[in-house]
Design a protein around this ligand. Structure first.
Ligand code: ADP
Ligand code: MG
Length: 280
């Protein structure tokens, strides 16, 4: 068994075989109370329509949480609230114990350790894969590179580790614009990883991917499991099944709130879920 994915709840400390511990360093988020994300009674209205309606949801550090639910359930709006793109009308949103997400703007939330992957890959098409990862580095590293005519050794190592993780080592010198859709998606995840997020939000990452690309993406996310907390919104149920396995928690959203939560097997057997979503 892969020791990286043996621990589904807590943060695994056995990442040395791929150097992930080195890659993803723990940040300043206070997780002493056992939660990295805490949403309570969040409501968001658009012209009187409640996109989020008393939504409560929390994540433990290291968790890989899949979120499913019909179109319009509010999944993307929830990510907008977490990343500061949308302000909730009411409710609480905390990163760890102390960081009030409703008080920070988008750059501050990203800086605090929240990375977000949108559905459409946004890479620098004219630059090579390597340059994309370099550009995604934090500013200090780029300043260092500018003044010292080269990246420091640690940054180079991190880029190399990331390339290996996203399986684009052989494409390092290629223009990002020439990559396949699945490769671009993996590159964008690599770019997010360069910023060492503590919480990674992925909104329908498998959309538009071939079956093979989807399997490869699932493998990548499994490798990250335990090292960085992830929330994955996805429609593709076989993809969700491969991420959640038998024990991972799956959240079902409908009409702006959590309808059910539990293992995939349990939520699939939940009457309310069958009625509102799966059985349609
Ligand atoms: P999901 O991602 O689960 O499909 P969304 O969060 O995108 O759902 O949308 C939830 C509801 O809120 C939808 O009915 C959508 O039309 C509405 N909505 C989302 N964003 C906006 C917006 N900026 N303005 C108006 N309505 C919006
Ligand atoms: Mg959406």
């Amino acid at each position: 068994m892969n020791p990286l994915i043996s621990d589904t709840e807590g943060i695994s400390v056995s990442g040395s075989i791929t150097g992930l511990d080195h890659l993803l360093v723990p940040g300043q988020i206070d997780i002493s109370h056992g939660l990295i994300l805490y949403l309570e009674n969040i409501s968001v209205s658009f012209d009187g329509f409640r996109a989020l309606n008393d939504l409560s949801l929390s994540l433990k550090p290291g968790e890989l949480r899949c979120v499913i639910g019909p179109n319009g359930a509010g999944k993307t709006t929830m990510m907008d609230v977490i990343t500061g793109k949308t302000r909730p009308d009411s409710g609480q949103a905390f990163l760890g114990q102390t960081i009030d997400l409703t008080k920070l703007d988008e750059p501050a939330i990203a800086h605090a350790g929240v990375g977000r992957k949108f559905q459409k890959p946004t890479v620098f098409e004219q630059h090579t894969v390597w340059e994309n990862l370099e550009l995604a580095c934090d500013n200090d590293k780029r300043w260092f590179a500018a003044f010292h005519a080269g990246l420091d050794r640690r940054t180079r190592e991190r880029i190399e580790q990331t390339l290996s993780l996203i399986d684009l080592e052989r494409q390092a010198g290629r223009r990002a614009g020439a990559l396949s859709h699945g490769q671009k998606q993996r590159l964008e995840i690599g770019m997010l990883l360069m910023q060492q997020p503590q919480l990674l939000l992925l909104d329908e990452p498998a959309a538009g991917m071939t079956d093979e690309e989807t399997v490869q993406l699932a493998k990548l996310l499994q490798t990250l499991r335990g090292h960085c907390t992830m929330m994955v919104v996805e429609h593709d149920m076989s993809f969700v099944a491969s991420l959640a396995g038998d024990t991972g928690r799956v959240t079902v959203m409908a009409q702006g709130r959590v309808l059910a939560e539990g293992t995939l097997d349990a939520v699939q057997r939940d009457e309310r879920v069958i009625e509102s979503y799966l059985g349609r």
